[in-house]
Design a protein. Structure first.
Length: 150
């Protein structure tokens, strides 16, 4: 929730592209640290920081998408965005079940989902690093990196 609240402000200040990369980078690093954590306290701390990146990513993602599409297209794109989250969750559950089947169930099995999440997010981060900044944000900052008022 904190990430979603402050993510929009940071998106306006730093740019949509920059925040999309930072948000996912936070997710990758924190998920990897969770998989390597040695205590419940470490795991919880890394999870809390990761939550900031996830919350901010929702605000940033919608801002990014909506600045590239028309108002009429938003009715079509929003459900696709929502379904993508659901399908990704189902895919992750299936992959974790497959890993448990292959590697077996043991005291460290809980590490599989977070490690898989970190690896998958790293792939997305590579693709995401190639996206352009939105023309709207570039126009509002006029190349200065500071927001201007109309």
């Amino acid at each position: 929730m904190v990430g979603a609240l402050f993510g929009g402000l940071m998106t306006d200040r730093l740019g949509r592209r920059t925040m999309l990369i930072y948000n996912l980078l936070v997710f990758v690093v924190m998920a990897a640290l969770q998989a390597l954590s040695t205590s419940a306290v470490e795991f919880t701390a890394f999870r809390a920081v990761m939550g900031f990146g996830l919350g901010a990513d929702v605000a940033t993602g919608f801002t990014y998408i909506y600045e590239f599409i028309s108002t009429a297209q938003r009715k079509e794109v929003y459900p696709l965005w929502a379904y993508a989250f659901s399908m990704t969750a189902l895919l992750a559950v299936g992959l974790v079940l497959l890993l448990i089947h292959v590697a077996g169930y043991g005291p460290n099995t809980w590490r599989y989902p977070v490690a898989v999440g970190a690896a998958a997010a790293l792939v997305v981060l590579i693709f995401r690093s190639r996206i352009p900044e939105t023309p709207f944000w570039l126009a509002r900052t006029a190349g200065t990196g500071r927001l201007t008022r109309y």
